[in-house]
Write a protein of this length. Structure first.
Length: 228
């Protein structure tokens, strides 16, 4: 339905590890770009200056997008963008004594890019929902898949990922609400962020659970007793 990269960037929230890796990658890439640019311009600057610049001007926008992506309404999303723009401007003002309005104006292109990415995220979500409906995967008003098509469920912020035989489908529902919905259909919670179909469990060794298809999960301690 969507490539995994598009799905991960614009719809599903990044994990903490993925967010950290992305932030480090963007920082290093921006730093080397600044180093090359200033060197070619005849005024080479230390690499550390580029790292500080990226840390103040790029990484905050990445964090802003991830926080806004988890929000449920346009109003709150753009409110988050505004808060970040103002906050970054005030920080620059405090650090360098520059004019706040000048710094805020300088943040407008970045804010516009984030707003555009959020708009694209909304469009892609609509696209995914419409494609699911076109393929007649909708069985009720609550789920975009037939219950028999779901193998396991993973929490993703304000959404859950429904995993079956095809690509994961994102659905706006908390993992707790999904647990209540699926508990009568042989699904059991094995972690604060994972539900599995009990009949699909193949093996339980230590704190590692294996499904019939080879998928493995780490079991949360609080859910072990119910599983046994």
């Amino acid at each position: 339905m969507l490539s995994d990269s598009l799905d991960r960037i614009f719809i599903r929230p990044l994990t903490a590890a993925q967010l950290l890796l992305t932030a480090v990658t963007l920082t290093l890439a921006s730093s080397f770009y600044c180093l090359i640019y200033t060197t070619l311009a005849g005024r080479g600057e230390p690499l550390v200056d580029g790292i500080v610049w990226a840390g103040l001007n790029i990484v905050p926008w990445l964090i802003c997008f991830e926080i806004a992506k988890r929000s449920g309404s346009w109003f709150s999303q753009f409110g988050i963008v505004l808060v970040f723009a103002v906050g970054m401007s005030l920080l620059d003002h405090l650090m360098s004594g520059s004019n706040v309005m000048f710094e805020l104006t300088r943040r407008l292109p970045g804010a516009a890019v984030i707003a555009g990415m959020l708009a694209l995220s909304w469009i892609l979500r609509r696209f995914v929902s419409e494609r699911a409906a076109d393929k007649k995967l909708v069985s009720t008003d609550e789920l975009p898949l037939l219950i028999d098509q779901i193998g396991w469920v993973v929490a993703a912020g304000n959404y859950v990922e429904l995993h079956g035989s095809g690509a994961p489908i994102l659905h706006r529902m908390s993992i707790s609400a999904m647990e209540r919905l699926l508990s009568a259909h042989d699904f059991i919670r094995i972690h604060r962020s994972v539900l599995v179909r009990r009949q699909n469990i193949k093996d339980l060794t230590g704190n590692i659970l294996t499904l019939n298809n080879g998928q493995t999960f780490k079991i949360g301690n609080r859910y072990r007793l119910a599983l046994q």
